[in-house]
Design a binder for this molecule. Structure first.
Ligand SMILES: *Cc1c(COP(=O)(O)O)cnc(C)c1O
Length: 358
């Protein structure tokens, strides 16, 4: 039986997609083997990777000036690849510090040069996205890096800074969950395992011109140009993960694209925040203007009740609700694959739990 999985990642994938993959798991398109057993240079896989890229381009409206790449190492490798490839010697790399993942990106960048943190919400335990109007940006910096959705703290940008320098974004936990103007960004990256597939691959969308900056002594596998020149097929890519992205993005197109998906995500998150706001039992620590539509965090009156909540929810087929170990509390991750029905089930359970425990 399928449950409603509120885990932050790896996360739930659409049941339809899981069933589709299961049907052709050991015999892909009458080849007598699974897609993961087929050469990455053959016709079957070429069709898969090309369709995955085309789907992402179509869904996000990506034009020719950006490349769409599939790279192993997750979002965390991008924390290092970005400064390795894109730091301009003699200039600072600018970062917005909005949570644990931003901090991890900053830590890596510091290995490669001067880092300037342009804003931070650390003082208030990362409960907001600092007001963009007050950031002090240097027009000579290498780039500005932001984290569009903060998976652990439950915050999200609802507008993006306008910059003259390249704008780069870690979109791991809200990638393809809403309409975004890709033209505003010079680089977008996301580990697939939150919104569009299994772990094992990150999608990187990069303005091709940017790689002119990359130092010549950068290792081949860590150069964006290698992936651009070889269509992500310089070495063996994570074929099964890319195949799953293809299926998930097919599903997204069938659902009506990002605008339609965004609408459902809005409905889901609004319903959940409304339930939290209704009484005094549940409390969300995030400033309303910065609340995430992907990761909804909340507290109960005591930690004992939080533990009980997680346990009883699990018994009802609502799993993965425990907050990140660094912050505690409850976190409901409601990515694209979480149907409205799952959120409604959670809301019913929250109302019942409140009645029985307050
Ligand atoms: C999960 C996550 C990461 C880390 O992703 P990996 O693929 O495990 O390296 C980085 N940034 C954000 C915003 C995340 O949510």
């Amino acid at each position: 039986m399928r449950v409603f999985n509120f885990s932050a990642g790896p996360a739930m994938l659409p049941t339809e997609v899981m069933e589709h993959a299961a049907r052709e798991f050991s015999d892909y398109h009458k080849t007598g083997c699974g897609i993961m057993e087929l050469t990455h240079r053959g016709g079957e896989f070429t069709e898969v990777i090309e369709a995955a890229e085309k789907n992402i381009r179509t869904l996000m409206g990506i034009g020719d000036e950006h490349a769409v790449l599939f790279i192993q190492g997750g979002a965390s490798l991008q924390f290092a690849m970005i400064p390795m490839n894109l730091h301009v010697p003699g200039t600072a790399m600018e970062y917005a510090d909005t949570g644990a993942w931003s901090s991890a990106a900053i830590k890596e960048a510091k290995l490669f040069g001067d880092v300037k943190v342009v804003c931070s919400s650390k003082d208030t335990n990362y409960n907001k996205i600092p007001d963009i109007r007050h950031w002090k940006l240097d027009p000579k910096a290498s780039y500005l890096h932001i984290t569009s959705n903060n998976t652990i703290f439950g915050t999200q940008y609802h507008s993006f800074p306008e910059t003259k320098i390249p704008l780069l974004a870690d979109m791991s936990s809200d990638f393809m969950s809403r309409v975004v103007d890709v033209g505003q960004f010079d680089l977008i990256y996301a580990g697939a395992q939150k919104n569009i597939g299994p772990s094992g691959v990150a999608v990187v969308i990069i303005k091709k011109e940017l790689v002119k900056r990359t130092p010549a002594n950068t290792p081949t596998m860590l150069k964006y140009a290698t992936y651009i020149d070889n269509k992500s097929l310089y070495n063996t890519p994570p074929t099964f993960a890319i195949y799953m992205i293809r299926l998930v993005t097919d599903w997204m197109i069938k659902k009506g694209g990002l605008a339609a998906i965004e609408k459902i995500n809005d409905t889901k998150s609004e319903a959940l925040y409304e339930t939290i706001e209704e009484g005094d039992f549940y409390k969300n620590p995030v400033e309303p203007a910065s609340r995430s539509k992907m990761n909804v965090v909340f507290r109960l009156p005591t930690e004992v009740l939080e533990e009980k909540f997680v346990k009883e929810a699990k018994a009802k087929g609502l799993i993965g609700l425990k907050g990140h170990r660094s912050v505690g509390g409850i976190r409901a991750s409601i990515y694209n694959a979480m149907p409205l029905e799952g959120v409604e089930k959670l809301i019913d359970f929250m109302n019942e739990f409140e009645k029985n425990n307050s």
